[in-house]
Design a protein around this ligand. Structure first.
Ligand code: 5GW
Ligand code: MN
Length: 295
């Protein structure tokens, strides 16, 4: 239910969000304390969003990094499944960032969808591969995306779409509830607890998963630039946040509240098992091969 403190108004920036029904899912939290919707299946009619965005000619950039062994392991399934389920019917451009452009699979894309490949360096430490995404996304928004797309979504590559991930997920500033923590309380969240890090947090609203975030290009540029600056400041002080870019993302969304929050239906983990809150699985964590990938 939407339990808003007295005087707090819903902050529905996009007028299509006014079609949301917050009371169809009494089993879960559907509204943040600051009035942003938490998108659970059943609260919305996807057709209303799609019609709006088709009329507006909305164009979405989807960024994904596939560096080193992650290219061969994950990219093809990620892209193939995105063609079936991600923002179907809208204009979508995939921005694939990789160290070996020649090995990006050539797929037949649906009408109105294109793919751009951008070469990036392979960093030695995986923590740096993960963290450098913030800087690279900010740069590419400035050089490419801002002229062509209203919205940017930034995703991990080690995931597979298994259900519709549609235009209802678009918003000014969009964060995802982490599947493991969405029913936990701030004391259990794995925020960075080191006061010497810029990502340090004592408490917060939710634990957000860095595998999916998005928003307008303006807001995503601000987010990625801020996180990058925090990461660089930490490096100069010889500290690294507990969960790298994810810790910085959580700090950012604590200081700059997202306008829309995605339920864990938008990034579920199979190993959690059956959960009645999750009525539809839209994106799943791919199987991890830690022993071969993290050596
Ligand atoms: C490799 C080893 C350990 C951790 C990360 C990498 C790695 C990540 C890599 O070698 N290549 C690469 O492209 N990445 C990108 O960073 C992928 O887009 C990946 O989805 C993202 C975050 O790394 P993940 O998915 O391994 O992190 P978790 O937090 O999902 O486990
Ligand atoms: Mn991942």
């Amino acid at each position: 239910k939407c339990h808003l403190p007295p005087g707090v108004m819903l902050q529905l920036q996009d007028h299509v969000d006014n079609s949301l029904n917050f009371w169809t899912r009494p089993d879960v939290e559907t509204c943040t304390p600051w009035g942003a919707p938490i998108m659970w299946d059943g609260m919305f009619d996807p057709k209303v969003y799609d019609e709006h965005h088709k009329k507006m000619g909305t164009s979405v950039a989807l960024t994904v990094f596939a560096v080193g062994r992650y290219l061969k392991t994950y990219l093809k399934d990620f892209l193939t499944s995105a063609e079936t389920y991600f923002m179907v019917g809208l204009q979508v451009t995939y921005y694939v960032f990789t160290d070996v452009p020649g090995e990006v699979p050539l797929l037949q894309l649906q009408a109105g969808r294109t793919l751009e490949i951008i070469r990036v360096d392979q960093h030695k430490r995986w923590q740096d591969i993960s963290m450098m995404r913030m800087r690279t996304i900010a740069d590419t928004i400035e050089t490419h995306m801002r002229h062509q797309h209203q919205y940017i979504f930034c995703l991990d590559v080690d995931q597979v779409f298994v259900g519709p991930f549609g235009s209802e997920a678009l918003g000014e500033s969009v964060a995802l509830l982490h599947a493991y923590f969405y029913r936990s309380t701030p004391g259990d969240y794995t925020y960075d607890r080191n006061p010497n890090s810029t990502a340090y947090m004592v408490t917060g609203d939710f634990y957000y998963h860095a595998a999916v975030f998005g928003g307008t290009w303006q807001r995503v540029r601000n987010l990625t630039e801020s996180c990058h600056q925090g990461i660089m400041k930490d490096k100069s002080n010889n500290v690294e946040a507990l969960w790298h870019d994810e810790s910085h993302l959580n700090k950012y969304f604590w200081l700059h509240k997202p306008s829309k929050v995605l339920s864990p239906e938008y990034c579920w983990a199979r190993e959690i098992g059956y959960n009645s809150d999750v009525r539809i699985q839209r994106l799943l964590w791919a199987e991890k091969h830690y022993s071969t990938l993290r050596t």
